[in-house]
Design a protein around this ligand. Structure first.
Ligand code: ASP
Length: 301
């Protein structure tokens, strides 16, 4: 049987980048997405699983300090980062999520441990951090997550309704397995204890072999209420809709009720769709067969 051609897509959040963003920072965002894609691409080319690839891609973005995940995440109402993340393996629909964690530099790694080393699917707050430490991860001081840009955004409370920059990855490996991962600091100035869509399966993250893998970004409350990623895959599964149509319809319908954002979606054949209803979405994709397929956009609104 012919091997599946691998594919990977990543996002760095919907919304828009501030007009006054220094060009060096814009370049760093583009470089980060490219590194995330190339890291995942090399793993997939080498025969590693889509699950490993999406985790690695998200870690690159969490460590960049220029996106809304890990270091550089937006700050909540009390001025510190509160992070959510999820990972899903389309092969067996295994899931791990963490929510409202404050000191884990790579929430996606903790989510993977929840999936593989606990009988649960979602751990929150102190319990999630204690579990992750017991599994060998280390904590960072809360200051580690705070960048000058996020502090200024928070102080001005310029974007209380939704500073974006969440990260996500979806991948298809050579064995035909789909996986999805999403990691975020949520929304600027959010209430302490607020959990968004990223760690909620079927809302911000979903993967099912033979169907699709999706990672979302946008106004999380809407993505939860309208089960966005689950709905996209259900349309593909039950209506045999092409992935681009399914993803576009769900994002357009959500915008009609006031929920803006976007998704990266990948089907079992490696087709990629990246619709959004915000002015832009930071995104990129890479497929087997050459670096020329890399597309990274971080357009200013
Ligand atoms: N969806 C994320 C949340 O609501 C935010 C984002 O994508 O920017 O937590």
């Amino acid at each position: 049987m012919a091997q599946q051609q691998w594919a990977v897509a990543v996002h760095g959040g919907a919304g828009g980048l501030p007009k006054n963003l220094p060009p060096e920072e814009l370049k760093k965002i583009q470089d980060t997405l490219r590194t995330a894609l190339e890291t995942a691409g090399q793993m997939l080319e080498g025969g590693q699983s889509s699950l490993d690839a999406v985790e690695a891609a998200v870690k690159v973005m969490e460590n960049s300090c220029v996106l809304n995940a890990g270091c550089g995440a937006v700050l909540g109402h009390e001025g510190f980062a509160e992070l959510d993340a999820a990972i899903m393996n389309g092969k067996d629909r295994a899931v791990g999520s963490v929510a409202a964690v404050h000191q884990l530099p790579n929430p996606i790694a903790a989510a993977r441990l929840v999936m593989e080393k606990s009988p649960h699917v979602l751990l929150v707050g102190d319990g999630a951090e204690k579990f992750a430490v017991a599994q060998g991860l280390s904590l960072k001081p809360r200051e580690y997550f705070i960048t000058a840009r996020r502090k200024a955004e928070w102080q001005r409370a310029i974007d209380a309704a939704g500073s974006k920059g969440t990260v996500g990855a979806v991948a298809l490996d050579k064995s035909g397995n789909l996986a999805a991962a999403t990691s975020t600091g949520g929304m600027t100035n959010k209430a302490v204890g607020r959990v968004g869509d990223a760690p909620i399966i079927g809302a911000g993250t979903y993967a099912e072999n033979g169907v699709c893998a999706v990672s979302a970004t946008g106004h999380g409350e809407y993505f939860i209420r309208y089960t966005v990623t689950g709905d996209i895959c259900a349309r593909v599964k039950y209506k045999s809709e092409p992935i681009d149509k399914a993803a576009r319809m769900v994002i357009d319908d959500l915008a009609k009720v006031g929920g803006t954002g976007g998704v990266i979606a990948l089907d079992a054949k490696g087709n990629i769709a990246m619709p959004y209803s915000t002015p832009t979405m930071i995104r990129g994709h890479l497929k087997a067969g050459g670096a020329s397929n890399v597309v990274v956009e971080a357009a200013l609104p």
